[in-house]
Design a protein around this ligand. Structure first.
Ligand code: NAP
Length: 291
């Protein structure tokens, strides 16, 4: 069994990006600048955005964190987005989700200039992705592709089962694994909460990408020998023995499933760090496209 070490691979990617940024600096070129908009005080969201800002510092990007209060109106957020769209100094920006209930998320994501949409959530970029055109691929699916690629995990002709159909992970993942090319050329089954007999489906899978957010959902008896497991789930589970008061748990019963798997991502240290590295990669791409 091989651990798909997202921490190591993401560090390799960050080193590669830093080398490119150093070359830009040596030529007196503008370095990539990522902005992150966060509305409200959600603890997990603040942690994620903090990690993204630190990652920018590590590779030499400029970064801006835009904090807005929990009572921000939709119009105020749309105005801020327009400001970022127009700001030549900003190459790419993200709106950290979830947004407070008074704001229509879809409307907000559609207001982002597609050329600065480094999260790849705008319908124009999502459509390009589905049509195999060059675009920003959403960071988490992009990170999973990169992990499969760097470990040389065969995907052609394999049966890939994706669990969860969110717009940011499951749905794009199902499209990308079925597209022509590597990683891709899989036969894909997309499952969700209405799927019947999911155990039967997962036990026929060569590759399982689990993104539902239910701790230890995928058990050893649900998978076949030599399966490849990508665990996207991140759930904070209360734990008295931890200093933080919680532990981060994935969707997969790692202890038992890893005994049957050929490759598996740990949680933490698998898909999570890859997501941030690929956001940086998309931001570098955005800068290059604006040169
Ligand atoms: P989400 O919006 O939370 O939706 C969950 C999906 O799982 C839905 O499609 C739902 O089906 C499906 N689902 C729920 N219970 C199910 C069941 N019993 N059997 C089959 N499918 C079921 O999804 P998300 O935003 O992609 O998040 C999923 C997990 O990934 C969360 O733990 C999140 O924190 C984590 N995540 C991690 C990263 C990372 O960087 N590692 C990035 C993003 C998300 P319906 O559509 O029918 O409701």
């Amino acid at each position: 069994m091989t651990i798909l070490d997202g921490k190591k691979v993401s560090n390799d990617i960050k080193d590669e990006i830093k080398q490119q940024v150093d070359k830009m600096k040596a030529k007196n070129e503008k370095v990539p600048h990522l902005a992150a908009v966060i509305v409200g005080n959600d603890g997990a969201s603040l942690t994620y955005v903090g990690s993204k800002v630190r990652a920018c510092e590590r590779v030499g990007f400029e970064s801006t964190m835009v904090r807005m209060s929990n009572t921000t109106s939709e119009i105020e957020l749309l105005d801020k987005i327009e400001e970022l769209n127009q700001d030549d100094n900003i190459d790419g920006f993200i709106i950290q989700l979830p947004l407070p209930p008074q704001i229509n998320t879809q409307k907000v994501l559609m207001a982002v200039d597609p050329s600065k949409d480094v999260d790849g959530f705008h319908p124009e970029n999502f459509g390009k992705m589905a049509l195999d055109m060059s675009t920003f691929i959403p960071a988490t699916p992009f990170g999973i592709l990169e992990l499969l690629d760097r470990y040389g995990v065969e995907t052609k002709g394999k049966h890939t089962v994706v669990i969860g159909r969110s717009h940011i992970v499951g749905r794009p993942m199902s499209i990308l694994m079925g597209r022509k090319g590597f990683p891709g050329n899989s036969t894909v089954t997309l499952t969700h909460s209405h799927t019947k007999n999911i155990n039967q489906i997962t036990s026929q899978a060569d590759i399982i990408i689990s993104a539902l957010g239910v701790p230890n959902f995928l058990k050893a008896e649900m998978v076949k020998d030599d399966v490849v497991i990508i665990d996207v789930g991140i759930t904070r589970v209360p734990d008295e023995n931890s200093t933080k008061g919680y532990i981060i748990t994935g969707d997969v019963d790692f202890e038992n499933v890893s005994k049957k798997a050929s490759y598996i991502t740990p949680v933490p240290g698998g898909v999570g760090p890859m997501t941030i590295a690929m956001l940086l990669k998309n931001t570098l791409l955005a800068r290059e496209q604006r040169m």
